[in-house]
Design a protein around this ligand. Structure first.
Ligand code: SF4
Length: 678
């Protein structure tokens, strides 16, 4: 890592690795290599960084960085990407100038639109970029391509739609730091110590000061030791557990009767719907002792102020929206919103996950969540449509669906069938292997703009390091492509794009570039200081009352059976981020977490005669991968857990392409698997 002695320059940016939005100072050596990163005094981190923020930046100057536009060699077969990984991808391409590559990219889209109509075009963005990238990309899709098919990877962790349904607001009602004013925290399906580590560090401070934690999560995790109640549900049974808690709270008259009377819709229907979930029923379905469920429900209902968090463990199911509706219903029945220390908070994934949704990079919404009557395809649906020959041309900006989507064989088949694929990224990803044109992008630390974290905090960024070679900011590449498609965009700048987006997004009222330059950051909605950051003291964005949506528990789509007796769960590690294209190029992070592992309970390993680190084959109905078995007593027996970040044994070869009917989020947390010695 080097140290202060070798530092010749420093620059500040926002960490790109999760939605906490930590500010980080990058210290550079003379050749602009990052030799040292330290936490800056940002509003979200106050000097703290996690292991990714501290050691994750070597990717900026990694030799695999794309530094020049590339076009596919005439003799490279279209499906060659099916077997290629990483830098091997480059053998399929030849370098090109920007004009040649952009002309080819634009011509391919124009040709596909002319031959097959605008519905044959699709755009897949990313929550890794800036607000300005996301805003302009959705404009390109809608104005340049005239297609409704525009989405981004937030779809893979969509934890917000049920919140919007309940409150009319598509962001957290209270930021993480409100935990300091809470008595109790309810956390469902989230492992912030791995996925939002700096946020978890503030949570741990609060728990040490006496804030009580109710944790709903099948496995043990770093926050388990702080939990007053850790309800270790059987995978896929959250609705039953939360419904039983809600039923008990109502039956014992512990709900917030004034809140329910004055500020809630749907309570009577909710009461009827949770009625069957007695403690006995819940214990049978979830495996959690009835007494523990009751004690947790009473603790939550008795809190003066409670923060409610949920994460991917709740949302990434084919019934994820119902899981979240059940969380929200419990919180609202107890009136736990709209006061200091009380609020609803989906812990979201990527650095600009909030901003890219606000910007309208979504198939069902224009900027500011203005709904569309005829939504386009979501992430997974785009590839289904490509496989069927309906989508013919695709522009991928910063996404890596060939690693991130469920059922990778199906995604790759869709990629291979495309007539025209343009991939814009900082590395030759698994997706780029299928491209006709690859456009080299600048990384977040190399550019100007704004990003919006999970707490509705909009932060300005400026380049901390220059981009390598000919790499350019995404918004600039999108603009130049738009100009080639006839759009009058030649004069667009980052400043103009932010101002335009702020005008289009009601929640950003009062925001403009001068404010960002002056203040560096601001939380939306802009409010006078005494009002605090917990929204909805009176009324909600949807009207005077919030809504609870009654629901029934639905079981896992693919339950274990004799042929596939395990439940496969996928997730993330503290050391690696998503598909690993950046963090796996960090020597420190790679040393800490160097290989794909199949985490299993030691009892299961003993039963199957599997030694620690022995090679196993994990099979599902979609595919097979080989990797090291890793004893993990934190798991429930019968579960095998894999991280999504390792291309050598990609977890998504195994996952199931089944979507939640409301959010279209795929099922990443529960499918039937077999494990055997390789
Ligand atoms: Fe980066 Fe998130 Fe870690 Fe902060 S908590 S340093 S934003 S990965």
């Amino acid at each position: 890592a080097g140290g202060p002695a070798s530092v010749t320059a420093s620059g500040e940016t926002v960490c790109p690795f999760c939605s906490v939005g930590c500010r980080v100072t990058l210290h550079l050596a003379g050749d602009q290599v990052v030799v040292w990163a330290e936490g800056a005094d940002g509003p979200a981190n106050h000097g703290r960084l996690c292991v990714k923020g501290r050691f994750g930046f070597p990717y900026l100057r990694h030799p695999d960085r794309l530094t020049t536009p590339l076009v596919r060699r005439a003799d490279a077969p279209k499906d060659a990407g099916l077997s290629l990984r990483g830098a091997d991808v480059l053998a399929l391409f030849r370098p090109a100038g920007w004009d040649e590559a952009l002309d080819m990219a634009a011509r391919g889209f124009a040709r596909a639109r002319q031959a097959h109509g605008p519905q044959a075009l699709a755009v897949l963005g990313s929550a890794k970029g800036s607000n300005e990238d996301a805003y302009l990309l959705q404009r390109l899709a809608r104005e340049g391509f005239s297609t409704p098919h525009v989405d981004h990877c937030t779809r893979l962790c969509a934890s917000v739609p049920p919140l919007a349904e309940a409150t009319g607001f598509s962001a957290v009602t209270a930021p993480i730091e409100e935990i300091a004013a809470a008595d109790v925290v309810l956390m469902v399906g989230s492992n912030p110590d791995s996925n939002h580590p700096v946020a978890a560090s503030f949570m741990k401070n609060a728990f040490r000061r006496g804030v009580k934690l109710i944790l709903v999560d099948p496995g043990m995790q770093a926050l388990s030791r702080f939990a007053t109640h850790h309800l270790r549900t059987a995978p896929g049974t959250d609705v039953a557990l939360l419904s039983a808690m809600t039923r008990l709270v109502i039956a014992e008259g512990r709900h917030d009767q004034a809140f329910v009377a004055d500020r809630l819709e749907g309570f009577e229907a909710l009461k009827a719907r949770v009625a069957p979930y007695t403690l006995d029923v819940a214990e049978r379905l979830t495996g959690v002792p009835a007494a523990e469920i009751a004690a947790a429900a009473r603790l939550f209902a008795g809190a003066g102020a409670a923060m409610t968090f949920w994460g991917m463990g709740a949302s990434q199911h084919a019934f994820g929206a119902d899981n979240i509706r059940a969380v929200i219903a419990l919180a609202l029945a107890c009136g736990q919103v709209g006061r200091p220390g009380a609020g609803l908070h989906p812990l979201r994934g990527q650095n600009n996950v909030q901003g890219s949704c606000d910007a309208g990079l979504l198939p069902a919404y224009l900027p500011g969540y203005r709904p569309l009557a005829a939504p386009g395809h979501t992430v997974v649906e785009m590839f289904d449509a490509a496989r069927m020959g309906e989508v013919r041309a695709l522009y991928v900006v910063g996404g890596n669906p060939a690693m991130a989507n469920p059922d990778l064989a199906a995604t790759r088949a869709g990629l291979a069938r495309l007539e025209h694929l343009v991939v814009q990224d900082i590395f030759p990803t698994e997706t780029a292997a299928f491209a006709d044109v690859i456009l080299p992008a600048a990384a977040l630390a190399e550019r100007a703009g704004t990003v919006t974290n999970t707490d509705r905090l909009v932060q300005r960024i400026a380049p901390a390091v220059p981009p390598p070679g000919e790499a350019r900011a995404d918004w600039r590449i999108i603009r130049d492509l738009g100009v080639r498609l006839g759009l009058p965009w030649a004069e667009l700048t980052v400043e103009r794009l932010f101002d335009e987006m702020a005008r289009e997004v009601p929640a950003l009222a009062g925001f403009d570039w001068p404010l960002m330059e002056r203040a560096g950051h601001a939380r939306y909605p802009l409010r006078p200081a005494p009002e605090g950051d917990s929204l909805f003291a009176d009324g909600f964005a949807r009207g005077p009352r919030a809504a609870v949506v009654p629901l029934d528990a639905t079981g896992a789509d693919e339950a274990p059976d004799p042929a596939f007796p395990f439940i496969l769960m996928t997730g993330r590690l503290r050391e690696h981020w998503h598909t690993g294209s950046m963090t796996r190029r960090s020597p420190v992070l790679e040393a800490l977490s160097p290989e794909p592992r199949a985490h299993m309970h030691p009892d299961d390993m003993a039963r199957l005669g599997i030694a620690a680190r022995g090679t196993v084959e994990v099979r599902t109905r979609r595919g097979t991968v080989r990797l090291a078995a890793w004893p993990d007593a934190a798991l429930r027996p019968g579960v095998v857990w894999m991280a999504m970040s390792f291309f050598e044994a990609a977890a998504n070869e195994l996952t199931v392409n089944r979507l939640d009917p409301t959010t279209r989020v795929p099922e990443f947390k529960c499918c039937a698997a077999a494990v055997s010695l390789a």
